[in-house]
Design a binder for this molecule. Sequence first.
Ligand SMILES: Nc1nc2c(c(=O)[nH]1)N[C@H]1C(S)=C(S)[C@@H](COP(=O)(O)OP(=O)(O)OC[C@H]3O[C@@H](n4cnc5c(=O)[nH]c(N)nc54)[C@H](O)[C@@H]3O)O[C@H]1N2
Ligand SMILES: Nc1nc2c(c(=O)[nH]1)N[C@H]1C(S)=C(S)[C@@H](COP(=O)(O)OP(=O)(O)OC[C@H]3O[C@@H](n4cnc5c(=O)[nH]c(N)nc54)[C@H](O)[C@@H]3O)O[C@H]1N2
Ligand SMILES: [Mo]
Length: 771
Amino acid sequence: MSNRPGRIAPYSNPAGGWGALKYVALNLVRERVNAGKLGTLLAQNQPDGFDCPGCAWPDRKHTSTFEFCENGVKAVAAEATSKRVTREFFARHTVAELMAQSDYELEQHGRLTEPMAYHAASDKYVPVSWDDAFSLIACELHALDNPDQAAFYTSGRASNEAAFLYQLFARMFGTNNFPDCSNMCHEATSRGLPHTVGIGKGTVTLDDFELADTILVFGQNPATNHPRMMGELRECARRGAAIVSINPLKERGLQRFQDPQSPGEMLTNGSTRISSMFVQPRIGGDFALIKAVAKRVLEMDDDAGALGRPRVLDAAFIAEHTAGFPAFARDLRAESWPLLLEESGVARDEVERLARLFAGSERVIACWGMGLTQHKHSVATIQMLSNLMMMRGQIGKPGAGLCPVRGHSNVQGDRTVGIEERPTVAFLDRLKHVFGFEPPRHHGYDVVTTIRAMLDGRVKVFIGLGGNFASATPDTPLTWQGLRQCALTVHVTTKLNRSHLVHGRAALILPTLGRTEIDMQNGVAQGVTVEDSMSMVHISYGINPPASPDLLSEIAIVARMAHATLGSHRYDWLGKAADYALIRDDIEKVFDDFYDYNARVAKPGGFHLKVASRERQWITPAAKAQFIVNAIDRDTPIHRARAAHGQRLLTMMTTRSHDQYNTTIYGLDDRYRGVFGLRRVVFINKDDLAMLGLAAGGMVDVVSVWDDGVQRVAPGFLLVEYDIPRGCVGAYYPETNVLVPLDSVADGAGTPTSKSIPVLLQAARQLSIAQ
Ligand SMILES: Nc1nc2c(c(=O)[nH]1)N[C@H]1C(S)=C(S)[C@@H](COP(=O)(O)OP(=O)(O)OC[C@H]3O[C@@H](n4cnc5c(=O)[nH]c(N)nc54)[C@H](O)[C@@H]3O)O[C@H]1N2
Ligand SMILES: Nc1nc2c(c(=O)[nH]1)N[C@H]1C(S)=C(S)[C@@H](COP(=O)(O)OP(=O)(O)OC[C@H]3O[C@@H](n4cnc5c(=O)[nH]c(N)nc54)[C@H](O)[C@@H]3O)O[C@H]1N2
Ligand SMILES: [Mo]
């Protein structure tokens, strides 16, 4: 906990630059990173080093020189910390005592060092041998009435090899229950895009950024969450490309950026203007905004036709590559302008500017992050964006395309190799053919349905390969009740977190190697492979000694868990875990696109996995890119709540501060947004403050509005006046997850709607700043 009082002070410097370097140094001190490990930072994203565990943004430098970013350093320092959680630590603290600590405090204790099992009589974790831990898992799994009573969660840091073994284990055991962090993240992308362009992945690579003349950045805060993207945006801005930020907030990093890698900019304290245009839709207004731009582009094309000018639409692309355009165009023409403007919260002349820029650009890249994916109508929004891009043939040509920017460094790869609760028949057939077993055919649970199933007693064993399920998920009290009803909860993990403390009747903490650490098997250093946001697959070798001699790799843990549960007559779990190249051979047998996997990944920079849509091959039923018609949904929980509460009803987004990695809280500052030393803040428009009779600096409780009779309150937040559209407020996650109703999910994706929570603010009962 911070002993500094909280402070609100707008940040006027550019993002990056000296501010970032200062924080890098502070982090290394805080984590007490040994001088010998400083070399770790230099090995990040090097050809023979490790893949940065920070984010999924790709890296040119996998082939050459040094590149790192402030938040990558934080992620690495958090893993390379010299602080340790030992058996003595657990002997000193009951679980109840640890529960009283904040996420920030839990993170500060350092790396876990040996396997621990929960001991109910003392309410403490006690040491357990690896063998006993695996026997306990096998025993609890065998005690289930059916395999679907187990859920196998994955967080997106797991390597391809670990994830592949994990899904094989769970499917041989008999279930497709694969909740994963992606269900809370880019699920709407993965579900929405296949219907339009045939595959749920982005179509661009870094090289396309060199050619694009316009880059649209929807709902993303790259200076914090993908800082290496800033280098790319800076280059684009400097060569004159237009960058448009579409975001209710004018994020600092999208205004000005000082590149820590540029000696010139650093020495002169200069910076580069990033965005040439800011569009500030209301929260959740992107669907209407994109549809409005599409409608305008269509009108421009009509005008051009009438005047005998060149077409605005790419008629050749539409004719050759797409289906469904006539119905789409009919729907656009019939759409009401007042409705589009009202729902988007964007003025007509702004729509006009954006439409003109889009229509006048030869090569457009559309990027998006959580600002588009965590709403009720996220799937429709992403499909509308795809429609818009297709109107001008902006998919599958150099310098243009779709660019969903993923979060966890291997979240895309995990899905590619089979972490999927709704597997295709073709994939299951292949598993059957290659490994000679009948995989379960019925679909499994995602994150939200797993929580429901725990609450109903349908899931009794929860195993987490990384992550922090208890904090990352919605409706915190319900989720915790579900976890606590489990017979067994198991976490494969590097650091202590809330999920270890909100446990089942039996519980295990299984500490594992991080990606920065040397992974020796049979005397040979092993590499693991990951796929970045642009489908580049590369190999990663740790360079630090393990944090403790008692750690096992994730792969070893999964293999030994599988061996203890299923034996090795069908699959040689332990043999494969002794040489990861053998696992890659098996991945290659299942997925054709991984041909020559070991050879291709050994080359500097790795290889690009084929993305058919990038090559204008459309894996859809019609073998065409499909225009999809979607109407504006005016019957959302937000609309209904507003009808009941009028203007007092606000839409809340929950985002990341600059000092956190999802549920891992490194520090208490969000310096680009001017918040220092505290996290319980609500960003609000000054007119809304006045309307509500509240003042900046006052304290409120946040109450969410839902129709199930459950009271959801997050108490004690400081009001911060901010440039955010009226009717919208912002706060940080995970503190606000108590406000997200479990039933509030994206249509067609099941993603918790953590960027659009209907809330009311009430003067706080408690008047001090709580951490
Ligand atoms: N340092 C650091 N790096 C990270 C992470 C981290 O926590 N810390 N997390 C990783 C993960 S898993 C992920 S998924 C990514 C997340 O990276 P981002 O996608 O950047 O995630 P957020 O911070 O949640 O929010 C993104 C932006 O969405 C905007 N927004 C909110 N609602 C709307 C809306 O309705 N419309 C529009 N257009 N914008 C909106 C917010 O103002 C904010 O700027 O980052 C990854 N990288
Ligand atoms: N309200 C709200 N909720 C959200 C979001 C939001 O924007 N708003 N964002 C959602 C998103 S995008 C995501 S991706 C999820 C994140 O959900 P998760 O992926 O479950 O959460 P993380 O906080 O990334 O997990 C951190 C933990 O992972 C473990 N860990 C770290 N490195 C390793 C490793 O190398 N191996 C293993 N085995 N374990 C490791 C550590 O114990 C650490 O405590 O949260 C989601 N929840
Ligand atoms: Mo994410």
